[in-house]
Design a protein around this ligand. Sequence first.
Ligand code: PRP
Length: 182
Amino acid sequence: MEALHPDVSEVVLSEQDIKDIVARMGKEITADYKDKNPLVVAVLKGAVVFTADIMRAIDCPIAIDFMAVSSYGDGVKSSGVVRIVKDLDTKIEGRDVLIVEDILDSGLTLSYLIRMLEARGAKSVNVAAFLVKDVAGKKPAVHPHYVGSHVPDEFIVGYGLDYAERYRNLPYIGILKPEVYS
Ligand code: PRP
Protein backbone atom coordinates (compact mmCIF):
# COMPACT_ATOMS: atom_id res chain seq x y z
CA MET A 1 0.00 0.00 0.00
CA GLU A 2 1.09 3.54 -0.78
CA ALA A 3 2.43 5.58 2.15
CA LEU A 4 0.04 8.06 3.72
CA HIS A 5 0.61 11.67 2.67
CA PRO A 6 2.35 13.48 5.57
CA ASP A 7 -0.38 16.17 5.66
CA VAL A 8 -3.11 13.56 6.09
CA SER A 9 -3.90 12.27 9.59
CA GLU A 10 -6.27 9.47 8.70
CA VAL A 11 -7.79 7.66 5.72
CA VAL A 12 -11.58 7.86 5.68
CA LEU A 13 -12.12 5.87 2.47
CA SER A 14 -9.42 3.70 0.94
CA GLU A 15 -9.01 3.05 -2.78
CA GLN A 16 -10.83 -0.26 -2.34
CA ASP A 17 -13.68 1.41 -0.39
CA ILE A 18 -14.01 3.90 -3.24
CA LYS A 19 -14.10 1.15 -5.87
CA ASP A 20 -16.85 -0.69 -4.00
CA ILE A 21 -18.93 2.47 -3.55
CA VAL A 22 -18.59 3.46 -7.21
CA ALA A 23 -19.62 -0.04 -8.35
CA ARG A 24 -22.72 0.03 -6.12
CA MET A 25 -23.72 3.54 -7.27
CA GLY A 26 -23.15 2.60 -10.90
CA LYS A 27 -25.58 -0.29 -10.57
CA GLU A 28 -28.23 1.91 -8.95
CA ILE A 29 -27.89 4.58 -11.63
CA THR A 30 -27.90 2.02 -14.47
CA ALA A 31 -31.13 0.47 -13.18
CA ASP A 32 -32.87 3.87 -13.04
CA TYR A 33 -31.60 5.32 -16.33
CA LYS A 34 -31.59 2.28 -18.62
CA ASP A 35 -33.85 3.78 -21.29
CA LYS A 36 -33.29 7.48 -20.62
CA ASN A 37 -30.00 8.46 -22.28
CA PRO A 38 -29.22 10.88 -19.44
CA LEU A 39 -26.88 13.83 -19.58
CA VAL A 40 -24.32 13.41 -16.83
CA VAL A 41 -23.23 16.83 -15.64
CA ALA A 42 -19.96 16.91 -13.75
CA VAL A 43 -19.37 19.87 -11.48
CA LEU A 44 -15.72 20.87 -11.82
CA LYS A 45 -13.26 20.70 -10.49
CA GLY A 46 -13.75 18.43 -7.50
CA ALA A 47 -16.06 15.95 -9.25
CA VAL A 48 -13.67 15.17 -12.08
CA VAL A 49 -12.16 12.08 -10.46
CA PHE A 50 -15.47 10.62 -9.31
CA THR A 51 -17.02 11.40 -12.70
CA ALA A 52 -14.31 9.51 -14.55
CA ASP A 53 -15.04 6.49 -12.37
CA ILE A 54 -18.83 6.62 -12.15
CA MET A 55 -19.36 7.11 -15.90
CA ARG A 56 -17.54 3.84 -16.52
CA ALA A 57 -19.68 2.11 -13.90
CA ILE A 58 -22.92 3.15 -15.66
CA ASP A 59 -23.91 0.46 -18.14
CA CYS A 60 -26.30 2.35 -20.43
CA PRO A 61 -25.99 5.16 -23.01
CA ILE A 62 -25.07 8.51 -21.46
CA ALA A 63 -23.70 11.84 -22.59
CA ILE A 64 -21.49 14.01 -20.42
CA ASP A 65 -20.96 17.72 -20.02
CA PHE A 66 -19.22 19.94 -17.51
CA MET A 67 -19.98 22.95 -15.41
CA ALA A 68 -17.62 24.84 -13.20
CA VAL A 69 -18.95 26.68 -10.22
CA SER A 70 -17.16 28.02 -7.25
CA SER A 71 -18.44 28.37 -3.73
CA TYR A 72 -15.32 28.05 -1.62
CA GLY A 73 -12.47 29.81 -3.40
CA ASP A 74 -9.29 28.81 -1.65
CA GLY A 75 -10.76 29.04 1.84
CA VAL A 76 -12.11 26.43 4.19
CA LYS A 77 -15.74 27.44 4.84
CA SER A 78 -18.58 27.64 2.33
CA SER A 79 -19.34 31.24 1.47
CA GLY A 80 -22.85 30.48 0.20
CA VAL A 81 -22.04 32.38 -2.98
CA VAL A 82 -22.24 30.24 -6.12
CA ARG A 83 -20.43 31.60 -9.12
CA ILE A 84 -20.72 29.99 -12.57
CA VAL A 85 -17.22 29.78 -13.97
CA LYS A 86 -18.06 27.56 -16.96
CA ASP A 87 -21.52 26.79 -18.29
CA LEU A 88 -22.80 23.67 -20.11
CA ASP A 89 -22.33 23.30 -23.87
CA THR A 90 -25.42 21.09 -24.14
CA LYS A 91 -29.06 22.19 -24.45
CA ILE A 92 -30.83 20.41 -21.62
CA GLU A 93 -34.47 21.07 -22.49
CA GLY A 94 -36.35 17.77 -22.20
CA ARG A 95 -33.24 15.88 -21.01
CA ASP A 96 -32.88 13.72 -17.95
CA VAL A 97 -29.95 15.31 -16.14
CA LEU A 98 -27.80 13.63 -13.53
CA ILE A 99 -25.56 16.05 -11.67
CA VAL A 100 -22.39 14.42 -10.35
CA GLU A 101 -20.77 16.02 -7.33
CA ASP A 102 -17.80 15.06 -5.21
CA ILE A 103 -19.16 16.39 -1.93
CA LEU A 104 -22.26 17.96 -0.52
CA ASP A 105 -21.65 20.16 2.49
CA SER A 106 -24.22 22.93 2.99
CA GLY A 107 -25.95 21.86 -0.22
CA LEU A 108 -26.05 25.47 -1.41
CA THR A 109 -24.13 24.74 -4.59
CA LEU A 110 -26.42 21.89 -5.57
CA SER A 111 -29.68 23.57 -4.68
CA TYR A 112 -28.66 26.50 -6.86
CA LEU A 113 -27.67 24.21 -9.75
CA ILE A 114 -30.83 22.11 -9.56
CA ARG A 115 -33.05 25.19 -9.71
CA MET A 116 -31.07 26.57 -12.61
CA LEU A 117 -31.20 23.35 -14.66
CA GLU A 118 -34.91 22.89 -13.95
CA ALA A 119 -35.55 26.45 -15.08
CA ARG A 120 -33.84 25.60 -18.37
CA GLY A 121 -36.46 22.92 -19.00
CA ALA A 122 -34.71 19.70 -18.00
CA LYS A 123 -37.16 16.79 -17.85
CA SER A 124 -35.63 15.62 -14.58
CA VAL A 125 -32.68 16.64 -12.44
CA ASN A 126 -31.19 14.14 -10.02
CA VAL A 127 -27.96 14.21 -8.06
CA ALA A 128 -25.25 11.64 -7.45
CA ALA A 129 -23.01 12.83 -4.62
CA PHE A 130 -19.97 10.77 -3.78
CA LEU A 131 -19.83 12.21 -0.27
CA VAL A 132 -22.25 13.91 2.06
CA LYS A 133 -20.70 15.71 5.01
CA ASP A 134 -22.54 15.19 8.29
CA VAL A 135 -22.59 18.46 10.19
CA ALA A 136 -24.14 18.37 13.66
CA GLY A 137 -27.31 20.45 13.88
CA LYS A 138 -27.32 21.27 10.17
CA LYS A 139 -29.43 19.74 7.43
CA PRO A 140 -28.16 20.10 3.88
CA ALA A 141 -30.37 22.08 1.48
CA VAL A 142 -30.54 19.10 -0.89
CA HIS A 143 -30.97 15.34 -0.54
CA PRO A 144 -29.13 13.57 -3.37
CA HIS A 145 -30.78 10.57 -5.03
CA TYR A 146 -27.51 8.64 -4.95
CA VAL A 147 -25.06 8.95 -2.08
CA GLY A 148 -21.70 7.23 -1.93
CA SER A 149 -20.87 7.70 1.70
CA HIS A 150 -21.36 10.03 4.63
CA VAL A 151 -18.23 11.61 6.08
CA PRO A 152 -17.55 13.35 9.38
CA ASP A 153 -17.35 17.13 9.66
CA GLU A 154 -13.59 17.29 9.13
CA PHE A 155 -11.48 18.89 6.44
CA ILE A 156 -11.20 16.08 3.94
CA VAL A 157 -9.07 15.91 0.82
CA GLY A 158 -8.24 13.53 -1.99
CA TYR A 159 -10.14 11.82 -4.82
CA GLY A 160 -10.76 15.25 -6.38
CA LEU A 161 -11.17 17.21 -3.16
CA ASP A 162 -8.64 19.95 -2.55
CA TYR A 163 -7.30 22.38 -0.05
CA ALA A 164 -6.01 25.43 -1.94
CA GLU A 165 -5.90 23.28 -5.11
CA ARG A 166 -3.66 20.63 -3.53
CA TYR A 167 -4.31 16.96 -2.74
CA ARG A 168 -6.88 16.38 -5.52
CA ASN A 169 -4.67 13.60 -6.87
CA LEU A 170 -4.59 11.49 -3.70
CA PRO A 171 -6.25 8.18 -4.59
CA TYR A 172 -8.05 7.96 -1.21
CA ILE A 173 -10.18 10.27 0.95
CA GLY A 174 -8.28 11.47 3.98
CA ILE A 175 -8.52 13.96 6.82
CA LEU A 176 -6.21 16.95 6.44
CA LYS A 177 -4.15 17.73 9.54
CA PRO A 178 -5.45 20.99 11.09
CA GLU A 179 -1.96 22.50 11.25
CA VAL A 180 -1.92 22.50 7.43
CA TYR A 181 -4.81 24.97 7.11
CA SER A 182 -4.83 26.85 10.42
C1 PRP B 1 -17.00 22.04 -3.42
C2 PRP B 1 -17.71 20.80 -3.93
C3 PRP B 1 -19.11 21.27 -4.15
C4 PRP B 1 -19.29 22.32 -3.08
C5 PRP B 1 -20.07 21.70 -1.95
O1 PRP B 1 -16.60 22.77 -4.54
O2 PRP B 1 -17.13 20.32 -5.11
O3 PRP B 1 -19.26 21.85 -5.42
O4 PRP B 1 -17.99 22.71 -2.65
O5 PRP B 1 -20.32 22.63 -0.92
P1 PRP B 1 -21.78 23.08 -0.49
O6 PRP B 1 -22.65 21.85 -0.40
O7 PRP B 1 -21.55 23.72 0.86
O8 PRP B 1 -22.30 24.06 -1.49
P2 PRP B 1 -15.56 23.98 -4.49
O9 PRP B 1 -16.31 25.27 -4.53
O10 PRP B 1 -14.58 23.76 -3.39
O11 PRP B 1 -14.84 23.89 -5.92
P3 PRP B 1 -13.93 22.73 -6.55
O12 PRP B 1 -14.86 21.57 -6.85
O13 PRP B 1 -13.39 23.34 -7.79
O14 PRP B 1 -12.87 22.36 -5.55
